[in-house]
Design a protein around this ligand. Structure first.
Ligand SMILES: [Zn+2]
Length: 80
């Protein structure tokens, strides 16, 4: 049987672009599904968003699942 990755980490392992509206000037910016924040292309301010609560927070294998670098970045972003 093939071992599938869990659905919670799929969007982090296979990031896709999403739209986020700048809270300062209303410009629509592109943000990747694994990015907790981006810089507005219009006003240059940092726009952050709430990351969906994720299995990354509690899964014992999260680090192996998404990779150590991404794991550290996401955990930091979720905690802030
Ligand atoms: Zn802006």
């Amino acid at each position: 049987m093939l071992k599938e990755s869990c659905p919670g980490s799929r969007e982090i392992r296979n990031p896709y672009p999403e739209e986020i509206e700048c809270i300062f000037c209303g410009t629509k910016n592109e943000i990747w599904s694994d990015e907790p924040e981006t810089v507005c292309s219009s006003c240059g301010k940092t726009i952050s968003r709430d990351l969906k609560s994720s299995c990354i927070q509690w899964c014992a294998f999260a680090k192996e699942c998404v990779g150590a670098e991404k794991y550290e970045r996401l955990i930091k972003a979720i905690k802030e």
